[in-house]
Design a protein around this ligand. Structure first.
Ligand SMILES: Cc1cc2nc3c(=O)[nH]c(=O)nc-3n(C[C@H](O)[C@H](O)[C@H](O)COP(=O)(O)OP(=O)(O)OC[C@H]3O[C@@H](n4cnc5c(N)ncnc54)[C@H](O)[C@@H]3O)c2cc1C
Length: 508
């Protein structure tokens, strides 16, 4: 038995080493910075090497004893495996259809954001909107993600992140002023996210959308040494009037999700799970039933030219003139707008789906671990897990390039929390989220005229897109609406030229 174990470990270790690719080394470099931020390079390298050796010779071989890989692993996410009711729209129904010559609004991209714009326009807009998608609706990050409806990031996290950014971009402010401005920003961001979550839930209920929405919260384990930080973050949020971010005991976490941990977890009460692609398809199906929204899938916007009176959108199927443009292209944006190179960039994350897996893992609750995320997928008898977040070149936006090492390490990670359980990996995919340097969204005009962007949602798009798209649609349609994304905080200029961004007055 002992010999078998050693041979098995060596076999698995050998296989892992032969499967490693250059992208795994990039992930490793990213991992080291993320997990050991306060260590110097040598100390990071040492810690990471020890962690890797334990993974390669211990954790992964153990996990692989009960894991098999299907013969043909699909690169399609579990969400996109469902039937897309608007596949190849409108060409499938009517191949002879022509693009419109002129519209009031052109939306580029049909993920969460483009679909949100289409839905709101169908209720509020006057004139035609054309939504142009180069692949299928939800084929970008929106159909390949974790499937969690987040409440945005919590107040304390936002405030701390913004403080770090403002130290660099606002050298004219003292420490107290930086804290005040960060607090103002966090206040705006979190308020908008709470409203966004309410809007999503209300829409799903009122429209009767079938997208597997369940609101049971999101559990994030915290180690013993981080318990005080967790409490501080909760208290800071509560003091600012935000009560979503709270804590639960190991017993509550176990009964809610099946996760086995020994310390309290952070808990976002209002977070939900859903089938994200179905949300996009439902929004678009509703929108295209109206007479003011058209959808054109498999249509790529190749350039957008400002002619003064209108924008000319050159696509692979012809030209469209439009009075307004909304860029809902997230991690792909810089390919269309070079000004966004290195300002709004793709970060790649990977997911996999395995049949079976831990029977004690409960469905319809969002969960993270120290090194990844996971969740049971309703109706499949299987689970998904994911990790990584490495920056990739702009032209790699949306590329599918999964790493077998990451999948194997994630299986071991899931076993840490739920116990060893046999499973068969059937799908492995990657996708890219759009990131800004300060890690917060931009919502507004990019030319001080009639061309807009909603992007930089940094892995939290479900927590931003629906409210943000209503914000922009209301501006274009000249409909009265609370400005949840005021330019002083969310203008694209904040990332395009941080030093010239016009921040609001301090409220003290
Ligand atoms: C692995 C992973 C897990 C995640 N998990 C979560 C989660 O659980 N919860 C959450 O809130 N967020 C999550 N995110 C982030 C979330 O998926 C994104 O924030 C969100 O999907 C962004 O939506 P979007 O519509 O703006 O972008 P996308 O969904 O990427 O849509 C952009 C669309 O634009 C199209 N497009 C691009 N260029 C052109 C062009 N020139 N012409 C025509 N069409 C074009 C693309 O084909 C694409 O369909 C995750 C991200 C990743 C990578």
């Amino acid at each position: 038995m002992r010999n078998f174990n050693i041979i098995h470990k060596l076999k698995v270790a050998f296989q892992i080493l032969t499967e490693l690719r250059s992208r795994d080394f990039k992930s490793a470099a990213n991992f080291m910075v993320y997990f050991y931020p306060s260590h110097n390079y040598l100390s990071r390298l040492l810690k990471f090497t020890l962690w890797s050796l334990n993974q390669i010779f211990n954790v992964i071989p153990k996990a692989m004893e009960s894991t098999t890989f299907a013969n043909n692993i699909s690169p399609t996410s579990i969400w996109l495996a469902d039937t897309n009711p608007i596949e190849d729209f409108p060409w499938k129904q009517n191949p002879a259809i022509q693009l419109p010559e002129e519209v009031e609004v052109a939306v580029i991209g049909a993920g969460f954001t483009g679909a949100g714009c289409a839905y709101h326009w169908s209720k509020l807009g006057k004139g035609k909107m054309a939504v142009i998608e180069m692949n299928q609706a939800a084929s970008g990050a929106s159909g390949r993600n974790e499937g969690v409806v987040v409440m945005g990031r919590y107040f304390s996290f936002v405030k701390t992140m913004m403080e770090t950014n403002l130290i660099k971009t606002r050298p004219d402010l003292n420490t107290k002023q930086i804290e005040q401005l960060s607090s103002q920003f966090a206040n705006k961001y979190v308020k908008s996210s709470y409203t966004n979550a309410k809007m999503i839930e209300k829409t799903i209920i009122e429209e009767g959308f079938d997208c597997d929405y369940s609101k049971n919260g999101w559990i994030q384990p915290y180690s013993e040494k981080d318990q005080q930080n967790l409490q501080n973050s909760i208290t800071e949020g509560l003091d600012a009037g935000f009560d979503d971010w709270t804590r639960i005991t190991p017993e509550d976490a176990l009964s809610l999700s099946g996760i086995r941990i020994s310390t309290d977890s952070g808990f976002s009460k209002g977070a939900a799970t859903w089938q994200p692609a179905k949300w996009v398809w439902s929004l678009l199906e509703t929108a295209i039933k109206s007479d003011n929204v058209d959808l054109f899938t498999n249509t790529k916007a190749e350039s957008i030219v400002d002619t003064g009176e209108y924008y000319l959108i050159n696509t692979n199927r012809g030209k469209i003139k439009s009075r307004h443009v909304i860029n809902a292209t997230e991690s792909y944006t810089a390919l269309l707008h070079p000004d966004f190179r290195d300002k709004l960039y793709p970060k790649q994350t990977q997911g996999f789906f395995a049949k079976d897996g831990p029977p004690n893992m409960k469905e319809k609750v969002a969960m993270g671990g120290t090194h990844g995320w996971f969740g049971k997928v309703p109706g499949t008898g299987g689970y998904i897990a994911g990790s990584d977040g490495k920056r990739v070149p702009h032209d790699k936006a949306g590329v599918i390039d999964p790493s077998r090492f990451i999948t194997k390490f994630l299986v071991g990670h899931v076993h840490e929390y739920f116990g060893v359980a046999p499973s068969t990996v059937e799908r492995e995919w990657t996708c890219t989220a759009g990131f800004t340097d300060d890690e917060f969204p931009i919502v507004g005009t990019i030319d001080n005229k009639r061309q807009y962007i909603i992007g930089g949602m940094c892995g939290s798009g479900s927590g931003v897109h629906f409210n943000a798209s209503k914000n922009i649609v209301c501006k274009i349609a000249d409909v009265k609406n609370t400005d949840y994304y005021p330019a002083q905080y969310f203008s694209p200029n904040r990332i395009l030229d941080p030093n010239s961004h016009s921040w609001p007055e301090l409220e003290i």
